[in-house]
Design a binder for this molecule. Structure first.
Ligand code: AMP
Ligand code: GLY
Length: 417
């Protein structure tokens, strides 16, 4: 089979790596890919939002299945376009991807079908939002409705901060139309968890749980990032909790969407807060998460291609996922300055010295035959162990072998477990 993976981050490297272990995969293309991915797949110089070009490529190269990594092409309807052209593609349709593309849509579904989530109010008028924010209790969470590359969520402590955020979204319109509707949400407390499930339109097959370290600095301080590390399984989720998440959140939302005329196929990602009253939804995403995928897929024993095909054919009911009985730890190495401004183009040394862990590349590319940095998150190092401690020790031992100017990583990933 010929497979095309759309994307070029650590998540896509992990997907390509897993697919490369399948006997049935003859050839993998990745658009645009990165330096690490190019060892396992042929990288194609088309960016993720060039849907028309991706479709032409898939038609010309007789791609059997396309797998979409990031949210942007999903929300813009890549799945609908490919299907119209008779191409097989793994991911939700444009309508279904609204669960990630519009937080207001997601919140309305959750409210209507009583799926546990924080209380909220939505506003499309500045003055009304301002009035509410004057009278409400703090802290609250303010969210832009649409996609904002993970930057559209703010926890605010008082009215002054709230007004600043509101101005940013509705007056300065820094997120463009994504901020035309704002959600003001109750602050939830607890540990966070990421749960992904394969969904075939009907059946829900949950994957192993994971935890994402979102903040840039140790002890969860500083601004949110795309993720500075991850571990799987999530140490705060036992079998009972996972079952509760499946029964009270994942299955009900797939049912709710269906009732609303939306068939969901692909990966559904629930970002959760494990509160005293039980798990509550912070957000849904329409795809695999990054960097959680980098710890989940290395533990998956089942052939990924087989699961993807079963999802597309509506046959998940007959499938059971098999997992390694191990813990996985991912530490992300970022460029100095990330998630703010940073410089690119620094040579990455020592990659070939890493023997006991995987290195999933994110922002890397080739320059004059050398591998150089080309993004904020540069790579993730992933180690497996019989305990979190063992996996953590391996990851940190191995990451020290790699260097580039301005390398930064958190030292506390998986600490304390
Ligand atoms: P989201 O993109 O909605 O998942 O929000 C990004 C991050 O903001 C989450 O991973 C949480 O750390 C935080 N967050 C979002 N909503 C809430 C909430 N209601 N209460 C507390 N933290 C939240
Ligand atoms: N790990 C967060 C995300 O993929 O959105």
């Amino acid at each position: 089979m010929k497979v095309l993976v759309v994307g070029g981050g650590g998540r896509e490297h992990a997907i390509v790596h897993k697919l490369s272990q399948s006997d049935r995969v003859e050839k993998i293309y990745c658009a645009p890919g990165n330096a690490g991915i190019s060892k396992l797949a042929e990288c194609v110089n088309i960016s993720v939002e060039e849907i028309e070009k991706l479709k032409e490529f898939a038609l010309q190269n007789k791609i059997d299945i396309t797998i979409v990594g990031p949210e942007l092409p999903l929300v813009e309807g890549i799945v609908d376009e490919f299907e119209k052209a008779g191409l097989k593609i793994f991911g939700p349709s444009k309508k279904a991807a609204m669960i990630e593309g519009s937080k207001y849509f997601a919140k309305q579904i959750m409210a209507k079908y009583e799926i546990p989530t924080g209380r909220f109010k939505a506003f499309d008028r500045y003055q009304e939002a301002l009035k509410f924010l004057k009278e409400t209790w703090y802290p609250v969470v303010i969210k832009a409705d649409g996609l904002a590359q993970g930057k559209g969520v703010f926890i605010v402590r008082d009215f002054i901060e709230a007004k600043e955020v509101l101005d940013l979204m509705m007056k300065k319109r820094v997120f463009g139309p994504s901020g035309d509707i704002v959600i003001v949400e109750e602050m939830l407390y607890g540990k966070e968890a990421s749960i992904f499930a394969f969904v075939d339109g009907e059946n829900v097959l949950a994957m192993m749980s994971a935890m994402d370290y979102k903040k840039v600095y140790e002890k969860d301080e500083g601004p949110n990032t795309g993720g500075m590390g991850s571990i799987a399984p999530n140490p705060h989720i036992d079998k009972k909790t996972l079952n509760e998440i499946e029964e009270k959140i994942l299955k009900p939302v797939v049912y709710a969407l269906k009732k609303e005329g939306v068939v969901y196929k692909g990966v559904l990602y629930a970002g959760l807060m494990l509160t005293k009253e039980g798990p509550k939804v912070l957000e849904f995403n329409a795809r695999f998460g990054d960097p959680e995928t980098e710890v989940i897929l290395p533990l998956l024993k089942t052939d990924l291609l087989e699961v993807i095909e079963a999802t597309l054919e509506g046959k998940l009911k007959n499938l059971k996922l098999e997992w390694e009985d191990k813990k996985a730890v991912c530490v992300i190495a970022a460029s100095k300055g990330y998630p703010g401004e940073y410089k690119k183009g620094f040579e990455i040394r020592g990659l070939e010295e890493v023997k006991e862990a995987f290195v999933y590349h994110a922002g890397t590319s080739f320059k004059d035959g050398k591998i150089v940095t080309s993004g904020g998150r540069v790579f993730g190092i992933v180690a497996l162990g019989d305990s979190y401690k063992e996996a953590r020790e391996i990851a940190y031992r191995e990451i020290e072998k790699i260097s580039f100017e301005g390398i930064y990583y958190r030292k506390d990933i998986a600490a304390g477990y």
